[in-house]
Design a protein around this ligand. Structure first.
Ligand code: GUN
Length: 299
């Protein structure tokens, strides 16, 4: 069994980006600048957004963190989004999800300019991605493809099962894996809460992407000998023996599943760091694309 080390792969991507950003700076090119809007103080969201900001600094990018309490009005957020859309200093920005119930996430996502939507959540980017047109691809599925590619795990002709149909992970993942591209060409089955014989379907898979958000949902008896398993789950479970007060659980029962597989990504240290690396890649791309539009020469 080979452990898919997302932390190490993300570090490699960040080192590559560090060089590219330094090159931009040496050419007096605008530096990629990510803004992140964080609403409330959900533990997971705070941790992720802080990690995104820290990662920007590591690769030499700029970042701006904008925080609101969880009572913030939708209009205030929409106004801030409008401001960021029109701010030439900002290459791209994200609004960390989930948002409080009184805020319409769809309305917020739609308000973000597709050219600055480095999360790839705007319907225009989702549509373009589905059609194989240039687009910002959402960070987690893109990070998973990068993990597969950099571990030389082929997808062509493979039976892939994606567990979970969220807009952020499961749905785009299933589209990307089935597209006619070097990291696609798989035969994809998307399974979810209404799927019959889910265990049987998983058992046939060469590659399983578990993104259902249920701790240890994937058990050894659901996995074929020698399969590749990617765990996207990050459920926090209270654990007083930990300094943080919680333990992070993946969607895969790592203990038992790891004994059967050829490759497996752990939680933590698997997909999570790759999501952040992908976001940085998208921010770099947004910066270069906007400069191209403004005709800033690239030497
Ligand atoms: N919540 C969970 N994952 C993500 C992500 O990739 N981007 C944003 N904006 N919110 C999230």
């Amino acid at each position: 069994m080979t452990l898919i080390d997302g932390k190490q792969t993300a570090k490699e991507i960040k080192e590559e980006l560090k060089v590219k950003v330094a090159k931009l700076k040496a050419q007096d090119h605008p530096v990629p600048h990510l803004a992140a809007i964080l609403v409330g103080n959900d533990g997971g969201s705070v941790t992720y957004v802080n990690a995104k900001v820290k990662a920007c600094a590591y690769v030499g990018m700029e970042s701006t963190l904008i925080t609101y309490d969880d009572q913030v009005m939708e209009k205030t957020l929409l106004d801030k989004i409008e401001e960021l859309n029109n701010d030439d200093n900002i290459s791209g920005f994200i609004v960390q999800l989930p948002l409080p119930k009184h805020i319409d996430e769809r309305k917020i996502t739609l308000a973000i300019s597709p050219s600055k939507d480095v999360d790839g959540f705007h319907p225009e980017n989702v549509g373009r991605m589905s059609l194989g047109l240039p687009a910002f691809v959402s960070a987690t599925p893109n990070g998973i493809l990068e993990l597969l590619k950099r571990h030389e795990i082929p997808t062509e002709g493979k039976d892939c099962v994606v567990i979970g149909r969220s807009s952020i992970v499961g749905t785009p993942m299933s589209i990307l894996l089935s597209r006619n591209t070097p990291t696609g060409n798989a035969t994809v089955t998307l399974v979810h809460s209404r799927t019959k014989k889910l265990e049987e379907i998983c058992k046939r898979a060469d590659i399983i992407i578990a993104a259902i958000g249920k701790p240890h949902f994937v058990k050894a008896e659901m996995v074929k000998e020698g399969a590749v398993v990617i765990d996207v789950g990050t459920t926090r479970v209270e654990d007083n023996t930990k300094k943080s007060g919680f333990k992070l659980y993946g969607d895969v029962d790592f203990e038992t599943v790891s004994k059967k597989v050829s490759f497996i990504s752990p939680v933590p240290g698997g997909v999570g760091p790759m999501t952040i690396a992908s976001l940085l890649l998208n921010t770099y791309k947004a910066c270069v694309q906007s400069s191209d539009k403004l005709s800033i020469p690239q030497k």
